[in-house]
Design a protein around this ligand. Structure first.
Ligand code: UDP
Ligand code: MG
Length: 329
């Protein structure tokens, strides 16, 4: 009994080598663009001899895009599709693609052919100059003025708030090293601020002017709500990137200011009261009390924030062994 070496059965499972490139394409109701997109992609991949997987993330389309994509992936080893059961938004679609992408580099682009697949080789070249993320810049833009002007304002604010020097934060066409997309989680409309998030994590960010086209088929998925949501998302992103690890610095500062103002006001009124003046009817009295209550609340929020961020740090795994460089011992 025993002693016999156990021979493992031969397996047919071949682990596919990861490709150079994952191209992630979020799309929602783009049935008319898809045939042109597919052709343009096949064209550039073949011409440049690029080893790529194309990951379509169908964001709950209802116009026949889903069925068309199913046809494209049938018997094709390059194209893959993930169907989201409902429309969750472009950020969630990108996020799903990012989780799955196996390529060394990950390109994102819109499905409406406003982004030009022929820019992919240029993006790779630029990335290899020593960046972790290269963002497209629609230098000459083919969009209505109702979109270009607010977008200038957004880019200006995002630049100022984040310190990331890009002209065009929200270009759909970008390239990343795989490690970058694995570290970035986006939801809501936060895809617009991926460079802000990446910048706050210390990745090197570059920019490349790219060709942009007018939308020929289908229509834009964003109306006026994009501006309100975009502004709110900018606030969240700034808060989350700047103050997540030290929320007390933000809330505590307001708390100190408010408490201090409250104490000064009430101290002044106390002196008057000792001098025999009535103070119960004075608006200043109520302001003093209000400032103290608000100040205490700011502190409580700061403490809660600290507790949340303390928990977050404690559940984060440490850097893996493999990311250390140099000799041990
Ligand atoms: N998109 C998506 N889910 C959405 C909205 C948009 O996947 O809920 C996709 C859309 O199909 C396109 C890309 O995101 O591929 C950019 O959208 P769109 O062209 O409407 O934006 P715009 O160019 O007008 O900013
Ligand atoms: Mg578009």
């Amino acid at each position: 009994m025993g002693g016999e070496p156990v021979s493992l059965p031969d397996t047919d499972v071949v682990v596919a080598a990861s490709p150079l490139l994952s191209i992630v394409i979020p799309l929602y109701n783009e049935v008319d663009s898809l045939p042109h997109l597919r052709e343009a992609l096949e064209d550039v991949l073949q011409r440049e001899n690029l080893d790529a997987e194309v990951l379509f993330v169908d964001d709950g389309s209802r116009d026949g895009s889903s069925e068309l994509l199913d046809q494209y992936v049938e018997g094709n080893s390059t194209f893959q599709v993930l169907h989201q059961r409902r429309n969750k938004g472009k950020s969630a679609a990108l996020d799903a693609g990012f989780r799955y992408a196996r390529g060394k580099y990950v390109v994102t682009m819109d499905a409406d052919l406003q982004d030009d697949p022929n820019e992919i080789p240029n993006l790779i070249t630029k990335l290899e100059e020593g960046y972790d993320l290269v963002s497209g810049w629609k230098k000459k833009r083919y969009d209505p003025i109702t979109k270009t002007i607010p977008s200038k304002f957004f880019n200006f604010t995002a630049r100022l708030a984040s310190g990331v020097k890009l002209h065009d934060f929200n270009c759909g066409l970008k390239i990343y090293r795989n490690e970058v997309v694995k570290e970035i989680r986006v939801y809501g409309e936060q895809h617009r601020f991926i460079p802000v998030i990446a910048g706050s994590q210390g990745w090197r960010i570059g920019e490349l002017a790219v060709q942009h086209h007018a939308r020929k088929w289908g229509k834009t998925k964003y109306g006026i709500s994009r501006f309100v949501e975009g502004a709110l998302d900018l606030l969240s992103v700034i808060f989350l990137t700047r103050f997540t690890s030290s929320p007390m610095y933000l809330f505590g500062s307001f708390g100190i200011l408010s408490l201090f103002a409250g104490f000064v006001i009430l101290a002044y009124l106390s002196i008057l009261w000792f001098q025999g003046q009535g103070i119960g009817h004075r608006p200043l009295f109520f302001l003093g009390i209000l400032m103290i209550i608000v100040g205490a609340q700011f502190f409580s929020i700061g403490f809660l924030g600290e507790m949340v961020s303390h928990m977050r740090i404690n559940v984060q795994p440490p850097e893996p062994e493999s990311s250390w460089k140099g000799k041990k011992g």
